[in-house]
Ligand binder design. Structure first.
Ligand code: F6R
Length: 605
């Protein structure tokens, strides 16, 4: 959700560094882009509508020389349509800045500034922030003090990269609730929304905490708390390298990331257990005392939570509620028994998930995070953290990170079942043996091309339904989201038994219905529901466990999935569904990695 990069160095390399950074951050937003650099002692702002490539072209056409200081931004619009004047950077007086987040009280600040004679060109909250910082700076001409004052005046979330016109060798930054790192080169320093943006230049970075101010010169970084007290910091080294953000010959990042699933699922599982349940018990926090778990997340991460609910409730007999984070944070949750609030998040920065976690913390409730990004805000705030090991995920639609979330949640279900005495050691170890086959199974599923024909059918329609029960219903939710977000086909996921309570009226001759049927105990029920839609003319694509003997009059096209332990059935079965969505979107010529209106890492509410 908006990407920020900033550079201060001894060589005039701003343009290349900033464009490289923006390209690596484009997954966060891609409706407009801009940069500010110092040219002939002037802070020059260049902006364009559309993708970073447009900005690159404009800079080339203008023959803009590089500078030793610059900031840049790729935008996902919140306030104001995607156009050039709403694009960042925004400039007022002495201040030029880029921003990720939302200044919630920008209306009242705008009124105050208008009275002071400020005139605004854009519809953005960010322009107000630039003007406000200029206004307070001009009171004292003390930059840190001005940043402190602005911080206290701004409500909402922000990560800022700032250039002051009267200090052309220094980059300023400040953050609250939006991610920002400071990176350290030899004679260069950087700021970025995320580590991949600077990997081409350095792997060393510093995490900026809530409400902190960073002052960067080419050879030094100073970090101040909001009281303007300088603090020590640790320089961390990223473990990934620049190849993690390359397509490696794949047409799209999404396809590359699906192909990485066997490896990242294996890495995630092996980080917790190799062959013995005691390893798992030792590597996960002891959750025995909790009588209920609230899994609170957004989008696919929440659908991973739905799978976990089914697994944990069935295997460990612990009540699990799955909640949409944006609802949960405002609903006064009930914690009348010992409760664990479990946040699942790839980015670890999703604003609503973070807010839900902070709400639980404020009520004295224990929290746990299942997160992919080390050191992310959610990871830092939670009492317990368990990391997935999916690596960097660039495609906006999650695939491999979702699989690692489900894999880790499945291990958690097994752990809970064991510590609560629902499986003994021998049974648990046998299950661990079984789930070790998962990476191999995933490889097999990725090679399998059964989905290709089904994709041709679906790509010709604008309305699709997914049906399933139990675990398969949770899978339907994820598969349906995947299809609609990248192919723009309207799709609804329904619990198979619920369809006839209204929605079946939408089924007409030829409507594609993708029915998922892998739950042994529910198999006959789902099959009856399939018959009901078939009788109304639906074109049924059946995703079915290979050992279920379903007559060919029940479907028009069949995709078989292998029978595996229920703990991992969801991960195995999701692969053809991910590939199906990918293929449909490809056939329809969609922008698969960067679907319209979307962005990865939703850091605003
Ligand atoms: C869908 C997708 C989103 C994310 C959701 C949560 O393909 O990627 O629905 O799952 O925005 O994001 P994280 O996991 O970063 O909290």
């Amino acid at each position: 959700m908006c990407g920020i990069i900033g550079y201060v160095g001894c060589e005039p390399q701003s343009n290349q560094v900033l464009l490289d950074g923006l390209k690596a951050l484009e997954y966060r937003g891609y409706d407009s882009a801009g940069m500010a650099i110092v040219v002939n002692r002037d802070v020059r702002v260049i902006k364009t509508r559309g993708k970073v490539a447009n900005l690159e072209k404009k800079i080339e056409d203008l023959h803009l020389p590089s500078s030793v200081l610059g900031i840049a931004h790729t935008r996902w619009a919140t306030h104001g349509i995607p156009n050039q004047s709403n694009a960042h950077p925004h400039q007022h007086g002495m201040v030029t800045l880029v921003h990720n987040g939302i200044i919630e009280n920008y209306g009242e600040l705008k009124e105050l500034l208008t009275k002071q004679g400020y005139v605004f060109e854009s519809e953005t909250d960010t322009e107000i922030a630039a003007a406000y910082l200029d206004y307070v700076y001009k009171k004292s001409f003390d930059k840190k003090q001005a940043l402190q004052e602005a911080n206290k005046a701004f409500r909402g979330s922000f990560a800022f990269g700032i250039i002051f016109a009267d200090e052309q060798d220094t980059l300023y930054a400040m953050r609250r609730n939006s991610p920002l790192i400071v990176a350290v080169g030899e004679h260069e320093r950087y700021i970025a929304s995320d580590v991949p943006a600077i990997l081409k230049y350095t792997k060393d970075y510093i995490l900026l905490d809530q409400d902190e101010i960073a002052v960067l010169k080419k050879d030094e970084v100073k970090i101040y708390t909001l009281d303007l007290v300088e603090r020590d910091y640790e320089v961390k080294t990223a473990t990934m390298d620049a190849s993690a953000i390359a397509k490696d010959g794949y047409e799209h990042f999404m396809l590359k990331e699906i192909h990485e699933e066997p490896r990242v699922v294996k890495d995630t599982m092996h980080a917790y257990v190799q062959d013995d349940i005691d390893q798992l018990v030792a590597s996960l926090p002891d959750l025995r005392k909790y009588q209920q778990i609230h899994i609170v997340s957004c989008g696919s991460a929440m659908y991973a939570g739905m799978i976990a609910k089914s697994l944990i409730e069935q295997a460990a007999r612990i009540r699990v509620d799955v909640e949409i984070a944006s609802e949960y944070r405002y609903k006064h949750p009930i914690y009348d028994v010992p409760t664990l609030v479990l946040i699942v998040s790839q980015s670890g920065e999703t604003a609503d998930s973070l807010a839900a976690l902070l709400l639980a913390k404020s009520q004295g409730v224990d929290t746990m995070a299942i997160v992919n990004v080390i050191g992310s805000s959610i990871a830092r705030e939670a009492k317990y953290v368990a990391y997935t090991h999916a690596g960097v995920e660039i495609a906006v639609a999650t695939t491999k990170a979702y699989c690692t979330q489900v894999a880790l949640l499945s291990l958690m279900a097994l752990n809970l079942a064991y510590v609560h005495g629902h499986v003994d050691k021998k049974q648990a170890n046998a299950i661990i043996q079984e789930v070790q086959q998962l990476p191999e199974m995933l490889e097999h599923m990725i090679e399998d091309v059964q989905y290709v024909q089904a994709a041709k059918i679906i790509s010709r329609h604008n309305n699709v339904f997914f049906l399933g029960r139990g675990l398969d219903y949770a899978l339907c939710m994820e598969a349906s989201l995947k299809l609609k977000e990248i192919s723009y086909i309207h799709s609804e996921a329904y619990a198979a038994g619920e369809l006839k309570h209204g929605t079946i009226s939408l089924i007409e001759k030829g409507t594609p219905v993708i029915a998922i049927c892998t739950e042994e105990s529910l198999y006959e029920k789902t099959i009856s529901n399939i018959k009901e839609v078939k009788a109304r003319g639906a074109n049924v694509i059946l995703v079915v466990r290979e050992d279920f003997n379903v007559g060919d009059d029940y479907y028009d096209y069949k995709i078989s999935v292998p029978k595996v332990n229920r703990l991992i059935q969801g991960i195995v079965s999701v692969v053809p569904l991910q590939l199906l969505s990918y293929q449909v979107a490809n056939l329809r010529g969609c922008e698969i990695d960067q679907p319209r209106n979307l962005a990865k890492s939703v850091t605003v509410e």
